[in-house]
Write a new protein. Structure first.
Length: 305
């Protein structure tokens, strides 16, 4: 898969994730955040399991492939980060708007290259920095631009952004190390599902009637957001740098706001539309400039990773 194809896969992921914010908020009217998180990730894990089994068998047959102990531990850590990020976001959505949740989740965009630089000594392409700044500012404008109007739910989502940044870095690393993106996706889903369902069983009320009413939201979150969205993320990040991936994935903010406008009656004014344009501009910078600057015509001006 080429880098351009991988980035297109990540853009589709952003569309899927953006449409899920409204569904997550609607689900909270019927079941708790931990039960919803566990249920949708369990459904996603079961959806991806056949592909993971086929991929694992093929790799064993062709190259005597197996997961190293360090990779198994990494998959558990990946699942824990996924659970904490999803749970904090899910709690936050209960107490804030879909647009705000989308913006604050996008804070992982500047956090991802910073964490990669400080802890992993990975220096991103210079284009990443202005693109990350533009995406963050655009998401801020999209959310209304009033930092003093921060809500309790906003704080939960902000905390989750740290774990999303770590998750983005780990996903790319493990997908490349193992060479088995479906196995990585399935393993993290099962870890996340187990944590959510076990914790939810002891801390949240669960009734059959509530699960029936919430079933469409669980199905959408499990099939679209988890089974398709997170799996595409793993596949795409195996072929593109984590800071670039974070910026492309941040376009979910735009799709979250559009979904909130269509299904929840939230409105986008001229200023919010400017914010959308800034985010999309940041995505296009990461998508087009590195390859263009690295082309033979760029000569001495080319910059690599």
């Amino acid at each position: 898969m080429t880098r351009l194809q991988a980035n297109m896969v990540l853009l589709v992921t952003a569309v899927v994730w953006g449409t899920t914010f409204a569904v997550q908020q609607l689900a909270m009217e019927h079941i708790g955040p931990m039960v919803y998180t566990g249920a949708r990730f369990l459904l996603g894990a079961l959806m991806v399991l056949p592909f993971a089994l086929v991929q694992g068998r093929r790799l064993k047959r062709e190259a005597d492939w197996r997961l190293a102990p360090a990779d198994r531990f990494g998959l558990v850590v990946l699942g824990v980060c996924l659970f904490v990020g999803a749970l904090l976001q899910q709690i936050g959505i209960t107490y804030t708007t879909v647009s705000n949740a989308g913006f604050l989740t996008a804070l992982y965009v500047p956090l991802t290259p910073l964490i990669a630089l400080v802890f992993l000594r990975q220096v991103p392409h210079w284009v990443v920095w202005p693109a990350a700044a533009g995406c963050t500012l655009g998401a801020y404008i999209l959310a209304g631009g009033d930092i003093m109007a921060i809500r309790t739910g906003d704080l939960w989502v902000i905390a989750g952004a740290f774990f999303w940044a770590i998750h983005v870095l780990l996903v790319g690393s493990l997908a490349r190390r193992t060479g088995a993106p479906f196995v990585v996706a399935c393993a993290q889903f099962f870890v996340c599902a187990a944590l959510g369902l076990i914790w939810g069983a002891f801390s949240e009320p669960i009734t059959f009637a509530a699960l029936v009413v919430a079933a469409p939201y669980i199905a959408y979150g499990g099939v679209m957001s988890v089974g398709i969205g997170f799996t595409l993320q793993v596949v795409g990040q195996a072929h593109t740098p984590a800071p670039d991936a974070a910026i492309i994935l941040s376009s979910e903010t735009v799709f979250a706001s559009l979904t909130g406008m269509i299904f929840l009656g939230e409105r986008l004014g001229p200023l919010e539309l400017v914010g959308c344009a800034m985010i999309l501009a940041g995505v296009l910078m990461v998508e087009l400039l590195p390859a263009r600057l690295s082309s033979p015509r760029a000569g001495r001006a080319s910059v690599g990773h």
